[in-house]
Design a protein. Structure first.
Length: 457
């Protein structure tokens, strides 16, 4: 639903077939599997162990010699299997689904310019042409009150065609837009560059006219998947490592180029040392002091020094911006690399939260486990988003920002597992109700008598 609301403006009014929309949703849902896997593990473990505790199945297992430890740790292998599957899916399937989804979405954005021409609105989608259609039938073919401006001569609205009615469509290869115009006139008051002083006017009427406009720039091949292949969400971990190495090599090359630029900014190094690093002892280099120069030479020298200083400063700023861009690119790649491990480990973490907590609260069904699941997962998701933002911003190391949510939930996981192992009733529903009933609300909210109040006889 979130995906549909996000892209509803690009889907509605395009005349898309239901199969295309379902294909787009399929690719979008594939990218959510790694996020849904920890949620499913938490909810299922809570419901399973909560139902076993509520129906006293856990007590029966304990009496048969099967402890909570054995039950939890035996099922933990299934959680590890899900975590491995989640990592494999995010590293192999999710990148391909991301490419296909955005390729299809881009193809939808460029879909059928016929249907994007609205009534009474000037449409500028055609190259060097502007069109306005007064009325359009529901079949998107018959049009009325058509006005077409020709801007191929780059002289403004000096050439246009008007027709009372017409038909429009596309060629089979979708490379050209066809217009059949009826009962109209043609107006041209453009001038030729060679005779700009003359103001000619050409006007003609027609009963039928044919126009063909090039729309090849709108066509997008569905099999063109290379456009999004370099995005960090479309890369596997091995490809991300290669991209990080490439970015580091660019930074290193830029640092070397900056060092050379710095040296070349110095006049003496550039003209005497840089061409030949070996200078003979008998070389005669005439050194001048600033006081020996003429006023004109002093002015030229100062101006040249200011120019070199400005060029050197501009070069340093450009190189710094380039390195900052590359470092932010590396941070984005590293966050995506860590994210696949984080969501995989989250499956195990949530299992060791859901299973012990379910055996403690002993509430099955869907109501209580769903509330607890939403609370834990919302906290985890917000911490993940926060950690990713500060990691990309450079406020903290990337590994710390990406593992922040796991570091917060890991102590809770250990605590709940320990409480379930020692059969603690600290968080059981019976214990919570008992504590609530022990609270004397009347005594809590009643006013205490003032001991210093004088008594009256």
């Amino acid at each position: 639903m979130q995906f549909l609301w996000k892209y509803v403006d690009e889907l509605v009014g395009k005349g898309l077939e239901i199969s295309i929309v379902l294909e787009l949703l399929f690719y979008a849902s594939a990218g959510m599997v790694t996020l849904a896997a920890p949620l499913a593990v938490l909810l299922s473990s809570l419901m399973t162990f909560g139902s076993l505790g509520e129906q006293y199945e856990l007590i029966a297992m304990k009496s048969a010699g099967v402890s909570i430890n054995k039950l939890i740790f035996s099922l933990s292998f299934f959680a590890i299997f899900i975590a491995c599957g989640s990592f494999w899916f995010s590293d192999n399937v999710a990148p391909k689904a991301y490419i296909k989804m955005h390729t299809l979405l881009r193809n939808i954005r460029d879909q059928k310019p016929t249907l994007s021409i609205e009534e009474g609105v000037f449409y500028h989608g055609f190259e060097n042409y502007t069109m306005r259609i007064g009325k359009k039938d529901h079949n998107n073919t018959d049009i009325y009150d058509v006005l077409l401006f020709d801007h191929t001569k780059y002289q403004g609205n000096t050439t246009f065609t008007y027709a009372k009615r017409g038909k429009m469509g596309m060629t089979d290869d979708e490379l050209f837009m066809l217009f059949y115009l009826y009962d109209g006139f043609y107006w041209d008051e453009s001038t030729e560059p060679s005779s700009a002083a003359k103001q000619p006017l050409f006007r003609s009427t027609f009963s039928e006219q044919y126009k063909r406009l090039d729309i090849s720039s709108f066509k997008f091949e569905k099999n063109d998947n290379n456009f999004y292949s370099k995005y960090n969400q479309a890369l596997s971990n091995a490809q991300i490592v290669n991209m990080i190495d490439t970015a580091k090599s660019f930074i290193q090359q830029n640092m070397e180029d900056r060092f050379t630029t710095c040296l070349e900014s110095f006049y003496y190094f550039k003209y005497y040392i840089y061409p030949d690093s070996v200078i003979s002892n008998n070389s005669n280099i005439r050194n001048y002091t600033f006081s020996e120069l003429t006023p004109r030479q002093k002015t030229e020298t100062l101006n040249k020094m200011i120019l070199l200083k400005n060029n050197f400063k501009s070069s340093l700023l450009t190189n710094r911006e380039y390195n900052s861009y590359r470092y932010s690119e590396i941070a984005s790649y590293r966050t995506e690399w860590f994210k696949k491990f984080v969501f995989a480990i989250a499956c195990i973490i949530f299992f060791f939260i859901g299973a012990p907590l379910g055996s403690i609260i002993r509430k099955g069904g869907i109501a209580v486990p769903l509330v607890i699941t939403v609370a834990f997962f919302s906290t985890y998701f917000m911490l993940s988003i926060f950690g990713e933002k500060i990691a990309k911003g450079g406020a903290v190391p990337v590994w710390f920002g990406m593992w922040l949510s796991t570091l917060v939930l890991f102590p809770i996981c250990v605590f709940l597992t320990y409480q379930a192992t020692v059969d603690s009733a600290l968080l059981s529903s019976e214990e919570v109700y008992k504590k609530i009933n022990q609270i004397n609300l009347k005594k809590l909210f009643s006013k205490k008598p003032n001991e210093n109040t004088a008594t009256h006889s």
